[in-house]
Design a protein around this ligand. Structure first.
Ligand code: ADP
Ligand code: MG
Length: 681
């Protein structure tokens, strides 16, 4: 008997079931045991027929009054109906296609039922409840595990298989050092898995769950630190002089730094003056002024004799950045250039030549920058904007153009710190949590389909008064499958309705050059209303745009709505965001309420996480975070922060995880990360 045995070693699991289980990545008995319930059904308390709520699972104890088949006795489809009662009233059980059950029920029989009561023509019914003879030792009472399933597999079958695997639980022996077990009050792992699958008592389930979440997060965190250690091998980086200040640059800026910007730059400056290369993520809400902070870092780098490079996700954003940088740096005699995708060969050659011999101090561009012919004289700082569009690999290619240059990553997606630590395990984090003073908060309204005409008249009035507006729709074209208004449709409608206004359209299916052209035209004020899909989400800065209308807002995530809303409110005029909702469900209401009540990106991100979970929002898989069996990066944030310190200790003391006490941990890291980590281990 071995945990690595195939599931087919268990009684009753044959070829067909094996295939079904493989779809859930369950191959060994260990895999089966480590497939934990998603939740439990609480069947501990018996309800009564008249007091039980409708449409919720309830447990009842009843007595059979009579049974009958409805319709013609020759009709095989006739439902079987069984009338039952308790001291408070009666109820009809309904079974379709279940004539075979006819022989089971008889008057005065005592039954325990589990199911939902519904009302049908004023009559209480339970359709296909689970039922059992009352008083049997395994009747329906207690806590019942609920597993995630796949087609062809039922809860009952899953429970039976877990029961068959129970003898293997004893093989799961303690593998964590006694000190960690004691300090954290962890129960033994075999006790944990037994109680998770066969919940006798809530307290024991919780103990077991704590243990399993703890160990899973410990494996995850140690694994991530292990990888990070492999990347950052303590090499010497570009070290800047503490003598070189940034006063000259600050004097020349048109505004005072906010306290958040000051703090972020202090953290950056400390890194820059350190011998080790900087690897820092700056998180700040849209409009918090991340660019200015990056400029300070670039200024200091350049003044110390190194070059800086800034990479943007699109050509348009690169253009936007170069305009800002030229304005801020050229008066100080610092040369900034844009490496554009559509430069003439000669122009490009000259630019690369000047870059190579150090005549250009700051270079801006898109992915084009990573091409091999782009060579620097002495690259000291790499700034990447909107990290989410760049993979770690691209970042590494860029840093490879210098000898361990400092790295600054900027992102406008607010990520709760606990999660950021996991997602960006190899980066230190600074947060800009203030907005420049004098900004008028954007006013957000929620409206429904019926007020669309009024909304667009409001938009027209704002445009007539000199502003510009965005209208965002979830889809490009009409679709039969999804009933929402498409960008195409809205564009046509608005063009007809307001022939005197210039209405533009931009969407994700267009070529990048086309998109850039339209966005530039909007930026230059040649388009009044820009109808778009989410392509405008990232970074575009048009201070004159003060109205954002979002159609079918229920189809966007909260974080996405927040990003979209951040496109307005960038100038001194009052800005507006109008959400048009196509549905009125409870979650929709809750989401809308959050959007209307706060403009704080971190609050919104937290709420979004609660509603949707981290995988969906941040694409944890994309970041190389393996799928977890039991832990939840958000709900278990407190355990995660506990585990972090322990993982740091382990890696500190045994960087290669070669000590005997860490062998099982290493084994489990390999199992969790799979191919992602085998290279390093
Ligand atoms: P983001 O963090 O979204 O990248 P930006 O760096 O684009 O923000 O800054 C948004 C706008 O705010 C820019 O026009 C910038 O000049 C301005 N800004 C930045 N910092 C300050 C400040 N401390 N005071 C006033 N305006 C600022
Ligand atoms: Mg920006």
């Amino acid at each position: 008997m071995n945990l690595s045995d195939s599931v087919t070693c268990l009684k009753g699991i044959g070829g067909k079931r094996k295939e079904i289980l493989e779809r859930m990545n369950i191959r060994t008995v260990r895999d089966l045991i480590y497939t934990f319930p998603r939740k439990y059904e609480d069947r501990r308390y018996v309800s009564t027929i008249m007091q039980a709520p409708f449409n919720e699972d309830v447990l009842l104890e009843v007595v059979v009054v009579n049974k009958r088949l409805q319709g013609s006795p020759y009709n095989k489809k006739a439902p079987l109906k069984v009338l039952v009662e308790d001291s408070t009233g009666n109820l009809e059980l309904v079974f379709f296609n279940a004539k075979y059950l006819g022989g089971y029920f008889f008057p005065d029989q005592k039954l325990t039922l589990f199911g939902k009561i519904t009302l049908n023509n004023g009559r209480r019914q339970m359709v296909h409840p689970e039922f059992h003879k009352t008083g049997d030792k395994d009747d329906l009472r207690g806590l019942f595990p609920v597993y995630r399933l796949t087609e062809g597999l039922s809860q009952g079958q899953m429970r039976t298989m877990e029961l068959q695997a129970e003898p293997y639980h004893a093989l799961i022996t303690e593998w964590l050092p006694a000190e960690i077990v004691d300090d954290n009050n962890l129960c033994p792992p075999s006790y944990a898995v037994t109680n998770i699958h066969f919940p006798k008592e809530e307290r024991r389930v919780l103990e077991g769950r704590y243990r399993l979440v703890f160990e899973e997060l410990l494996i995850l965190q140690t694994g991530l630190f292990y990888i990070k250690k492999g990347i950052k091998s303590g090499e010497k980086g570009v070290q800047l002089s503490a003598e070189q200040g940034v006063g000259e640059f600050l004097d020349h800026m048109s505004f005072e730094l906010t306290s958040g910007q000051k703090r972020a730059f202090e953290e950056i400056e400390r890194d820059l003056e350190d011998m080790r290369p900087m690897n820092r993520l700056v998180q700040g809400d849209v409009g918090s002024g991340k660019t200015a902070v990056a400029e300070l870092a670039m200024y200091k780098t350049v003044k110390c004799g190194f070059q800086a490079v800034m990479m943007a996700p699109t050509e348009l954003l690169a253009k936007q950045h170069i305009a800002t940088l030229k304005k801020d740096f050229e008066p100080l005699g610092i040369r900034c250039e844009l490496l554009s995708g559509n430069m003439k060969a000669k122009e490009r050659r000259e630019l690369l030549e000047d870059l190579k011999n150090g005549k250009i101090q700051i270079l801006v561009g898109t992915h084009a920058i990573i091409q091999p012919d782009v060579e620097f004289n002495e690259l000291g700082l790499v700034v990447t904007d909107e990290q989410h569009r760049f993979g770690v690999e691209q970042r590494n290619l860029l840093t490879g153009k210098g000898t361990n240059p400092n790295v600054l990553v900027m992102t406008a997606t607010p990520i709760p710190r606990t999660l950021a630590v996991i997602l960006f395990g190899d980066l230190d984090i600074s947060i800009i949590d203030t907005l420049p003073a004098g900004r008028k908060p954007i006013r957000t309204f929620l409206r429904y389909d019926d007020s669309r005409a009024k909304i667009y008249d409001f938009v027209r009035d704002k445009v007539k008064a000199g502003s510009q507006a965005y209208v965002v729709a979830p889809l490009i074209e009409e679709s039969d499958a999804i009933k929402v208004r498409s960008a195409d449709e809205i564009h046509k409608e608005l063009s007809e309705r307001y022939p005197d206004l210039r209405v533009g359209l931009v969407h994700g299916a267009m070529k990048q050059s086309e998109k850039d052209e339209i966005m530039t035209s909007f930026k230059d004020g040649n388009i009044d209303i820009l109808v778009s899909t989410v392509v405008i989400e990232v970074g575009i800065d048009v201070p004159n745009a003060t109205v954002m209308v979002i159609e079918n807002c229920e189809r966007f995530g909260l974080a996405q709505l927040h990003q979209l809303r951040g496109r307005v409110g960038r100038g001194s005029e009052q800005s507006y965001c109008i959400l048009i909702s196509g549905s009125k469900g409870e979650i929709a209401e809750k989401r809308n309420e959050i959007m209307v009540s706060t403009t704080d990106g971190f609050v919104i991100a937290e709420e979004d996480l609660k509603l949707r979970g981290p995988g969906e929002i941040f694409g944890t898989r994309q970041h190389g975070i393996p799928e977890l069996n039991i832990a939840d990066l958000v709900k278990n944030a407190d355990i995660l922060s506990r585990v972090r310190g322990i993982a740091e200790d382990i890696i500190e003391k045994d960087p290669k995880l070669g000590e005997p006490e860490n062998l099982e941990l290493k084994e489990r890291i390999k199992r969790m990360f799979g191919e992602n980590i085998t290279l390093q281990l």
